[in-house]
Design a protein around this ligand. Structure first.
Ligand code: NAP
Length: 290
């Protein structure tokens, strides 16, 4: 049995569907009882647990052959990352108590970055889980193609893609969440010892220009890239309600300046096969017009 956290989200949902399709039994680990019925209907056992509650998590992981850890996102973390650390402590102690045969933890490109930034939250998770001494895989995907959801309205309604990734022709490692979930499902069914790191990106790297062009193709209208100048980011993020924009700004710097990168620029990264066009098509289809 595989215990899957984050199952009501994009990656967790995909790993669970892939495991079920492979004939495996799945325990859906979720915090919101109202979302349990869908997964029960698919044949999953259900455990209710918050990622910050070690006891609930230990019960949810007990008897599992494999556990998939999806750390919750926090785009506006307080200095010192106290919330991420709370989750790290509870996940670590739950895994020590439950001792599953193996663990796959969703991490990220940049978990090994040399400078503090938003992704440092995953550096800390990796460091803590590494002490447990169980077979462990850190899956480090690139930038999710689904982040382009933020761009749908402006592309559709204004014909503009406002890009924080820059310059416009620089290509970045991106991957569809479908590929992340599928690869995670393959990894968790393997047997290995010790710790391994698996980097993952999509079939081809993507620039802001290509993102805009793909929106144009899907929407049937021109879409132009507008570079959002770095000196406007802090004010912009604060207007959007962020209280601690620096970690996010430094993450964007890391991508743009190249210090958030795969170890060999992705040459040995696993490659997903979902093209950007499929993801943008689905995002546009799922969005409502203004
Ligand atoms: N965006 C990127 O470019 C990128 C790149 C690399 C790695 N990642 C990593 O990918 C992960 C996000 O994956 P995703 O896009 O699949 O996320 P998602 O669709 O936003 O889903 C998040 C999941 O986490 C659950 N969750 C959140 N807080 C929780 C808590 N306190 N206790 C229990 N469950 C909780 C949510 O449950 P509810 O349904 O109850 O809310 C949901 O199932 C993050 O770890 C992020 O660091 C992202």
């Amino acid at each position: 049995m595989y215990a899957i956290t984050g199952i009501t989200g994009k990656v967790g949902g995909e790993i669970a569907r892939s495991l079920l399709a492979d004939g495996q039994s799945v325990r859906a680990v979720l915090r919101d009882r109202a979302k349990a019925a869908d997964w029960a209907a698919k044949g999953c056992a259900v455990a209710i647990a918050d990622m910050g509650d070690a006891e609930q998590l230990a019960a949810a992981f007990s008897g599992a052959e494999g556990v998939f850890i999806l750390p919750p996102s926090d785009f506006d973390p307080e200095p010192g990352y106290p919330e991420a650390k709370r989750v790290i402590d509870s996940v670590t102690s739950a895994l020590i108590k439950a001792r599953p045969q193996r663990i796959v933890c969703l991490s990220t490109i940049g978990a090994d970055a040399p400078h503090d930034n938003l992704l440092t939250q995953r550096t800390l998770m990796e460091k803590s889980l590494s002490t447990i001494g169980l077979p462990l895989t850190f899956l480090r995907p690139g930038w999710f193609m689904e982040n382009a959801l933020w761009d749908v309205a402006a592309a559709r309604d204004e014909g503009v893609l406002r890009s924080f990734l820059q310059p416009a022709d620089k290509v970045f490692p991106m991957v569809a969440t479908k590929d992340v979930g599928r690869v995670a499902a393959d990894l968790i069914q393997q047997n290995w010892t010790g710790e391994r790191i698996v980097e993952l990106e999509g079939p081809a790297r993507v620039s802001a220009n290509e993102l805009a062009q793909t929106f144009a193709t899907v929407l049937g209208r021109p879409v132009d890239v507008e570079i959002v100048s770095r000196d406007s980011w802090e004010g912009l993020f604060r207007v959007q309600g962020m209280k601690h924009p620096l970690p996010r700004i430094r993450m964007l710097d890391g991508f743009n300046e190249g210090w958030i990168e795969f170890r060999d620029h992705g040459r040995s990264a696993v490659k997903g096969n979902t093209p950007l066009l499929d993801v943008i098509t689905a995002l546009v289809a799922g969005s409502k017009s203004a």
